[in-house]
Design a protein around this ligand. Structure first.
Ligand code: AKG
Length: 232
């Protein structure tokens, strides 16, 4: 990868980076078709947790060499796969409240990373991500109950709690092309917009854990580390 060290330095300083053109269009379409096959004719488009457990193509997708080169270099060790979540996000689905992924995973700070893989072009209008650059330096921030319940076609954790973002941080909306990946630091605060378009907003969220790191498995996510292999 060109300028790997400078990309890692940008990530460490800002808590995020976009890696462009990691996946081809066909790879994105294959993941989307697989997810639709899994749910069949169901009208419930709640995100699918751990789709990799029933799908070799998802495991192969996660083991993308360029992406793993970045993550292994950042970890300075071997990355394991930890969890996947496939988002259908049909029109009018509400986004996630502000949160930090490591609130749920509880791994040590530089030992866990999320790769938010865009399977379609995504911007502010169709459910794009919102990030608060540099908030990863705060580590764990306070969270509060919102009093809301699960929203249609959305993960229950999207709405029921939110992280309080200190006022000094400015939010930034992410515009990203199909096949590109937003890497999110374990403590970076992020949220997402409602999908105001008339099409589904497809994303595969893949999370990675440094080998031999403690983490919380979680009753809903049921995280189980696995070895990554792009030859499956
Ligand atoms: O894709 C989204 O709308 C948000 C997903 C997310 O932030 C997460 O699962 O941590």
């Amino acid at each position: 990868m060109k300028d790997l060290e400078s990309k890692i330095n940008f990530f460490k300083s800002n808590g995020y980076i976009i890696l462009d053109n990691i996946y081809g269009s066909e790879e994105c379409e294959d993941i989307i078709s697989h997810a639709h096959k899994v749910i069949g004719k169901s009208e419930d488009l709640t995100p699918l947790m751990n789709i990799h457990k029933s799908s070799d193509i998802t495991q192969k997708f996660m083991a993308n060499r360029e992406l793993l080169l970045f993550i292994n270099t950042y970890f300075r060790d071997t990355a394991l796969g930890l969890q996947t979540e496939f988002f259908f996000m049909p029109p009018k689905t509400v986004g996630f409240n502000a949160h930090q992924d490591n609130t749920y995973v509880k791994a040590s700070s530089d030992s866990f990373i999320s790769a938010w893989c865009a399977l379609t072009d995504i911007d502010e209008n169709n459910g794009g991500l919102i990030i608060w650059p540099k908030t990863h330096n705060e580590e764990a921030l306070e969270t509060v109950d919102t009093g809301l319940s699960k929203s249609d076609n959305q993960d229950p954790n999207a709405t029921i709690r939110k992280t309080l973002v200190p006022k000094k941080y400015e939010k930034k909306s992410i515009k990203i092309k199909k096949g590109s990946v937003l890497l999110i630091h374990s403590w970076l605060v992020h949220a997402s917009n409602i999908n105001n378009s008339d099409k589904n907003r497809y994303v595969l969220l893949c999370t990675y854990l440094k080998e031999h790191t403690d983490f919380r498995s979680g009753a809903y996510a049921r995280r189980t580390p696995f070895t990554l292999d792009d030859t499956v």
